[in-house]
Design a protein around this ligand. Sequence first.
Ligand code: KG4
Ligand code: ZN
Length: 361
Amino acid sequence: MLILGIESSCDETAAAVVQDGTRLLSNVVNSQIDIHAQYGGVVPEVAARSHLEVINPVINKALRDAHVSWGDIDAIAVTHAPGLSGSLLIGTLAAKTLALLKNKSLYPIHHVEAHVYANFITEQSNSGDSALTLPSSQPRFPMLALIVSGGHSQLVLFRDHGDYSLLGQTQDDAVGEAFDKVAKMLGLPYPGGPSIAQAAQHGDAHAYDFPKAKMSGAYDFSFSGLKTAVLRRLQREVGVDFTFPSHELPGLVNEQQRYDFAASFQRVAIETIVGKTRKAYEEHHPASVVIAGGVAANQELRRQLREALPIAIEYAPIQLCTDNAAMIATLGYYHTWRHEPTSPFELEIQPSLSMIREVDV
Ligand code: KG4
Ligand code: ZN
């Protein structure tokens, strides 16, 4: 079964074709990072306009790269939640129109749940893009998923496809968001995750210590306090008080301080999520652990997890950890098992829909 996936929830316009929820035929991602970098973050109106310009060419390229035509596609899966309204609208409108015109089944997909499904792609057709290093086998249930992206930080226990419980989540900032904000304070370029990771390589991860938030829920996170602790320490370090505007701080930070703050912040942020992941592992004894979302690309996270968990984790390649449509098509395939398709006349965007839909917590 061939599914065309379409993703446009934030700043990537993407389309992909996946066979039987496991084999990648094509994966096209048009990133707007260069456009938003000049503003230091995603500007919603700019994002929507850019999606509108490229959505059709991106979809056509996904079909071309997969060497398939519309007749070969069995269904369309599209991100309808959560995300920026204007951005979600463009992808869903394209999907609804194509479902009607080409007479295809249509499946609305939850972006955060889909991130987890990047881990189910274990094969790639030769005709696709450059070769990816994929996991050797699909994860097994029960599966513990750590979802860490720019918008989400959560631990989810999957008993089966579509049958999951949210163990805990961030109560304020997502971990990727904290990386982005701390990078800004240090004068490191957007997106902050990769630039903090790179700067951290030259820094002392124990130069500074920051407190870890105490949460009432065993698996809940909070990164807003860590972000403020970094800001206050940075202000003290460069000799200004708390009223000093944070956007002027980068001009006062020297190179070694920048590296040491990046490394120390990264260590504490990662220790927090790894500690909770280990606790969840010990309580639930999952058969597999998977990491999903853009922050899964972080090497310090991978290193700490290797030390903390008794089982090995197989990682999806970075191209499938950050936003893409292959994960949307993959989850779409598993939806065809247990859901009726949605009418193109009824599919609506749900910008703030949480992942807790089919759970019993
Ligand atoms: O999953 P994603 O592409 O988009 C969302 O759905 O949010 O994640 C983007 C986030 C950004 O906050 C980015 O800074 C972070 O992932 N990120 C990283 C790394 N690469 C991307 N964070 C830490 N280390 C990295 N190497
Ligand atoms: Zn995402």
